[in-house]
Ligand binder design. Structure first.
Ligand code: AP5
Length: 215
């Protein structure tokens, strides 16, 4: 299955991408996580990305398109993938189309803006890509990743003022992709629920029903 996840910052894309990845045995590719790892390593890519990510803006299309092309053409993605955070602009969607890789479905998780800021304040992250929430999805040991045992951290771009800027960027630059993929007949919509496991179940059913739910 070749799947794209859409949704506002904090809608739960990363959380669901991880679960789909485990269930289906396909890699979850998060452009946000790739950029954060680059920022933490201090690489050239990281230094370039930092100024955009920390202000809530998007990293230029050519940079992320280059990153994603490398992943999608690698052996790891031979049997499918979940894209979390790409594409984020119409130009990125067009570039993906030009790669000639068939997309099976585009799943958008809808969560109202009012709920997003609260979710972000409790979010904790790990370098390995796992994400937690102090209330909704706590790790077994506080501050430590269940999966790899590393220390969890708070993202610099989860400050309330940056979250508002990211939401504005989402509505202006990424939301148009909903209409774009509806036009392609690939869109599946799921309403994000209060509890992670309820959203997971809706996502599982929506993907199982597949084409019937596509709009
Ligand atoms: P990215 O990492 O993709 O951030 P985002 O899209 O803003 O999404 P988030 O990771 O913040 O949220 P999410 O939807 O994954 O939610 P999560 O599952 O964590 O990108 C970061 C930055 O990188 C961008 O701002 C941009 O600068 C740059 N970038 C990335 N891709 C790019 C691209 N293609 N082009 C250009 N620039 C790019 O959930 C949020 C929290 O809520 C968690 O704590 C989770 O545990 C909790 N939670 C999840 N589901 C539920 C639920 N149902 N109920 C309660 N809590 C829940």
């Amino acid at each position: 299955m070749n799947l794209i996840l859409l949704g506002a910052p904090g809608a739960g894309k990363g959380t669901q991408a991880e679960q789909i990845s485990e269930r289906e045995g396909i890699p979850a590719i998060s452009t946000g996580q790739i950029l954060r790892n680059a920022m933490r390593s201090g690489s050239e890519l990281g230094l370039t990305a930092k100024q955009y990510v920390e202000s809530g803006a998007l990293v230029p299309d050519d940079i992320v398109i280059g990153i994603i092309r490398e992943y999608l053409e690698s052996d790891e993605c031979r049997h499918g993938f979940v894209l979390d955070g790409f594409p984020r602009t119409i130009a990125q969607a067009e570039a993906l189309k030009r790669l000639g890789i068939k997309i099976d479905a585009v799943l958008t998780i809808e969560v109202p803006d009012e709920k997003i800021v609260g979710r972000m304040s409790g979010r904790r992250f790990c370098e390995c890509g796992a994400s937690y929430h102090t209330d909704y999805l706590p790790p077994k040991v506080e501050g430590i990743c269940d999966r790899c045992g590393k220390e969890l951290y708070i993202r610099d771009d989860d400050k309330p003022e940056t979250v508002l800027s990211r939401l504005e960027t989402y509505h202006r630059q990424t939301e148009p992709l909903i209409g774009y993929y509806r036009g392609e007949g690939l869109l599946i919509t799921v309403e994000g629920q209060e509890r992670v496991e309820d959203t997971t179940e809706l996502v599982r059913q929506a993907l199982m029903n597949g084409t019937e739910n596509k709009q």
